[in-house]
Ligand binder design. Structure first.
Ligand code: FAD
Length: 411
């Protein structure tokens, strides 16, 4: 048996190691077009950007760990084609490699802006170590950075930048930040918090072009539609991710905003799996609908699933999706998807910067967003996983431990 994993991110690394843990004893090769061993991306917009952590600490595992696990990691090599009939992949240098089972862990790339001036220098995107290294040289106190996009990455970068003494403007097209992922109340909390720290957040802004600085090659200003033009020493764009699906498409696999996979993470070819940011669950085991998730917990779950599927073990059940984001000292943790809620209950006072917002639908808990409530978040995850029917008043009452509600609902 031999497994080839295309991609060198967290999904690839976890899948390889979990295959070994599940006693897979065939050959495993990871083919990555990056220069670094698989690393953790979340710190890129947090501690690594802030210069608080060294590049080595980003690595998920060192070279010795792959050697010990007998996992071959081929860095700086790109798979150009999958030949499903011959069951082999072709590398950029023309080398063909045979597989018995293939895992696509190709991740995604930043969605780029395609407006006038988008090709100017000093407009940065943030996905890789190299992206942050290039960006860091511009990160100097007093300089003005315009961040396009008020999602997680835009806001995390804003927090680091304002702490580093830069003048920070965040431009968001939607009427509020984090609009895609949370409720208006939570968005309002984050907007207030950033503004109090000195970040200039402007919502409902459609960026229409970039103007060159006096040197004619770097960005100097951002056109925001109408007469509004904001000066910028540099720009960071965080407007979402495009899944890397081209290899799968060329190979004739079914793709729909991600490589479509079943509950075993199998694509439309029984010998090809897809996991992580590039994959879309045809019907997510917990949500019961099609979804493509971009988060480390999803990567880890899908890696466990694919290892079990390849080794013929029972598939682990999927839990509700969850995610975290660190901004300043605030630790945001979110579980479930809050879309479609009909009741919102807040536990704790947002003014203390430590609270949980629960989302219910038809009396049942569907999601929760916790701000700096680490231990209660654990209980919230269990409650959302059980879709518990809970008394909203008890949820809001801080004197009632969340754990006791789990027992009560089960009784
Ligand atoms: P990727 O990490 O994108 O890895 C895919 C790899 O495949 C890349 O190395 C790519 O170069 C390579 N590749 C692609 N095509 C080929 C090919 N043809 N041949 C060879 N190699 C190829 N998630 C959280 O849960 N919490 C957070 O706080 C958080 N913060 C984040 C902050 C940032 C700045 C970013 C960018 C992401 C963050 N995420 C966070 C998301 C999380 O990091 C991703 O969900 C996760 O890294 C996805 O891993 P992956 O292996 O699926 O994809």
């Amino acid at each position: 048996m031999s497994v080839i994993i295309i991609g060198g991110g967290q999904a690839a690394s976890e899948a390889a190691m979990l295959l070994r843990q599940a006693k897979f004893d065939g050959a495993i090769a990871i083919i990555s077009d990056e220069a670094h061993l698989p690393y953790s991306r979340p710190p890129l917009s947090k501690a690594y950007l802030a210069g608080e952590t060294h590049v080595d600490s980003l690595l998920l595992r060192n070279a010795a760990a792959y050697e010990t696990a007998n996992v071959v990691v081929r860095l700086g090599e790109r798979v150009e084609r999958i030949d499903r009939v011959a069951k082999r992949v072709e590398l950029r240098n023309g080398d063909p490699l045979a597989y018995e089972q293939l895992i696509l862990a190709t991740g995604g790339r930043p969605r780029r802006m395609s407006i006038a001036g988008a090709e100017l220098e000093n407009i940065f995107y943030l996905r890789s170590i190299g992206d942050v290294d290039r960006l860091r040289a511009s990160f100097m106190p007093g300089r003005q950075v315009v961040i396009v996009g008020g999602g997680y990455i835009g806001l995390e970068v804003a927090a680091v930048a304002v702490k580093a003494g830069l003048q920070v403007v965040v431009l968001e097209g939607a009427p509020r930040v984090l609009a895609r992922v949370t409720s208006p109340q939570m968005s309002a909390f984050y907007e207030r918090f950033h503004k109090a720290k000195g970040v200039d957040i402007r919502t409902g802004i459609a960026v229409s072009g970039f103007r060159a600085a006096a040197d004619g090659v770097s960005v100097g200003a951002v056109e925001c539609g109408g007469d509004l033009v904001l000066p910028a020493d540099f720009v960071i764009v965080g407007i979402g991710l495009l899944p890397n699906v081209e290899l799968a498409l060329d190979a004739g696999l079914v793709v729909d905003n991600g490589i479509l996979v079943d509950e075993a993470s199998r694509t439309s070819d029984a010998d090809i799996f897809a996991i992580g940011d590039c994959a879309a669950h045809r019907e997510h085991g917990f949500l019961g609908r099609k979804v493509r998730l971009e988060s480390v917990p999803n990567v880890n779950e899908q890696a466990r699933v694919v290892a079990a599927a390849i080794c013929g073990l029972p598939l682990p059940a999927l839990s509700p999706p969850w995610f975290w984001s660190d901004q300043y000292d605030l630790k945001l943790q979110m579980v479930g998807l809050s879309e479609g809620y009909d009741l919102l209950v807040t536990r704790g006072d947002p003014a203390t910067n430590s609270f949980i917002t629960f989302y219910l639908k038809d009396g049942r808990l569907i999601a929760a967003d916790a701000v700096s409530r680490l231990s209660e978040f654990m209980a919230a995850r269990k409650m959302v996983a059980g879709r518990l029917e809970v008394d909203p008043a008890a949820l809001a009452d801080e004197a009632t431990p969340l754990k006791s509600l789990i027992g009560r609902a089960a009784a």
